[in-house]
Ligand binder design. Structure first.
Ligand code: NAD
Ligand code: UGA
Length: 466
């Protein structure tokens, strides 16, 4: 079975980059990415590549190469579904904010809407691929909707979770550690559908990196991978607090343990706390699933990863308040960075949001500079918390587009994102323009303590004891 036409529902951080890379690597396949959000689709079609809705290094060049040839962005979902032999579902699966499982379970309403729309529109057999991250056993719900509301055509459901990280999405997609495809290996149709997807990836991914499993293993592996990664960050962050008390340096500890090949060196960077749209949501989902099977010890074990992360964010804002003589009321504190990590314009669940909220509660005045995050995004992140009115947020917090202006007159600077450019700033010039004593709280551990102390800063680096 040779696939010639693909549709992807959801033109977000996963759908956009993933389909762009498939279009590049498979020029023989027509790829159409559809979304209900007209503004987003317009942005993907914008002639000015700076206006693409997702910033990822290397992405704009591939969009330019493929768009209009075999890559298309559209809001005409029905036509795209109808034309495609294979449909990827790549819509958002946020934490539920209402009803049973509120605050923990994944909200699958967008997934269900997609399934119903596919069922309504499809006139020929389709392969439906779960690209979104989903609770284990979601495929059976999708299958049930498709089979009961469809037009009598056959559907095969595959699970093909995405492991890209933002900021390195293009590289991750071009050279994945592995591709995971779960399907029904017990039927000929299931095997054929899996092979069709394997063949697509075979255009650029070595065959031994394409794993095939049953659907449930594939769905659960995605949640497990994110839980393990987040657990490493919470583990090193827990040690960072102990380092500060004991005079150890968490970076030295991370290096020492990371050289043990059984532990490995990646994901051991202490930080102000992990953010991003998925770690928290996926662990909460895992906790919810464990609880729903009565596995309370399993649930409690994973929940601790989240609790540790909350503690790390709160600990950072407490450190700022305590160091500034126990009050930040009316003091200007500058945030360098708002994105949840460098090289992305995504701010979902960014640690900066919680740290800002805590400091605004203490009546601080905050100035924010981030190289890629728009002003409106910062305000909408705060508004979403609903802690205070939008007007109050705007009174207390300003967003600047020049880092030097943002730091001018500040009592303290806090580094919330590890953008490379922060390392090359003229720190002497910044120091001279600040209130004294000038404090610098490095929540990402990216600056050189000795140099900054030489300039005159009172410098705190996460996880480094006195
Ligand atoms: P996103 O919010 O950036 O994009 C989702 C898009 O789906 C939105 O543009 C939305 O308008 C659209 N959409 C929702 N319902 C729709 C419908 N019924 N019809 C058409 N369009 C619809 O989300 P994302 O970050 O791309 O994440 C998507 C999924 O991928 C999630 O399950 C997430 O857990 C998973 N994931 C995300 C990442 C990441 O780095 N962001 C990585 C791996 C996996
Ligand atoms: C993460 C996973 O790495 C991807 O494999 C997965 O596909 C994705 O989630 C998802 O399912 O959404 P992402 O959230 O984009 O990717 O970025 P990460 O590089 O994992 O960083 C997550 C957070 O952890 C960031 O806030 C980052 O700053 C923080 N982090 C990461 C640390 O604090 N220390 C580290 O050592 C690594």
């Amino acid at each position: 079975m040779k696939i010639e036409s693909i549709c992807c529902i959801g033109a977000g951080y996963v759908g956009g980059p993933t389909m762009t890379v498939i279009a590049k690597q498979c020029p023989q396949i027509k790829v159409t990415v559809v979304d209900v959000n007209q503004e987003r689709i317009n942005a993907w079609n914008d002639n000015n590549l700076d206006n693409l809705p997702v910033f990822e290094p290397g992405l704009a060049a591939i969009v330019e190469e493929t768009r209009g040839k075999n890559l298309f962005f559209s809001t005409d979902i029905d036509t795209a579904i109808n034309e495609a032999e294979m449909i990827f579902i790549s819509v958002n699966t946020p934490t539920k904010t209402y009803g049973k499982g509120k605050g923990m379970a994944a909200d699958l309403k967008y997934i269900e809407l997609c399934a119903r729309q596919i069922a309504k529109v499809a006139k020929q057999n389709k392969i439906v691929v779960e690209k979104s991250t989903l609770p284990v056993r979601t495929a059976s719900a999708i299958k049930s909707i498709l089979d009961h509301t469809g037009n009598g055509v056959e559907f095969q459901i595959l699970s093909n979770p995405e492991f890209l990280a933002e900021g390195t999405a293009v590289q991750d997609l071009l050279n994945p550690d592995r591709v995971l495809i779960g399907g029904d290996r017990s039927s000929e149709e299931g095997k054929r559908a899996m092979q069709a997807l394997v063949d697509i990836y075979a255009n650029w991914v070595p065959r031994d990196k394409v794993l095939t499993t049953n659907v449930w293993s594939s769905e659960l592996s995605k949640l497990t991978a994110n839980a393990f990664l987040a657990q490493r960050v919470s583990s090193i962050n827990a040690i960072s607090e102990l380092c500060e008390k004991t005079g150890a340096d968490v970076n030295e500890v991370a290096k020492a343990i990371g050289m043990d090949s059984r532990i490995g060196s990646k994901f051991l960077k202490a930080s102000v706390g992990f953010g991003g749209s998925c770690f928290q949501k996926d662990i909460l989902n895992l906790v919810y699933i464990a609880k729903s099977y009565g596995l309370n010890e399993v649930a409690d074990y994973w929940e601790q990863v989240i609790l540790m992360n909350e503690h790390q964010k709160n600990r950072f804002s407490d450190k700022i308040v305590n160091t500034l003589y126990n009050t930040v009321s009316g003091k200007k504190i500058t945030f360098l960075g708002w994105a949840f990590k460098k090289d992305t314009n995504d701010t979902r669940e960014s640690a900066a949001i919680k740290v800002a909220d805590n400091l605004l509660n203490e009546q601080a005045n905050i100035a924010v500079f981030d190289p890629k995050v728009a002003k409106e995004r910062v305000y909408s992140d705060l508004e979403y918390l609903n802690t205070r009115s939008n007007e109050e947020n705007k009174e207390q917090l300003e967003v600047k587009n020049d880092p030097y202006k943002a730091c001018h007159g500040a009592h303290a600077i806090a580094i919330l994102t590890e953008w490379d450019e922060f390392k090359n700033y003229d720190w002497e010039k910044i120091y001279d323009s600040m209130n004294k004593p000038a404090f610098l709280f490095d929540g990402r551990g990216i600056l050189d303590k000795k140099n900054l102390e030489k300039v005159g800063f009172i410098y705190y680096k996460i996880g480094v004891g006195e």
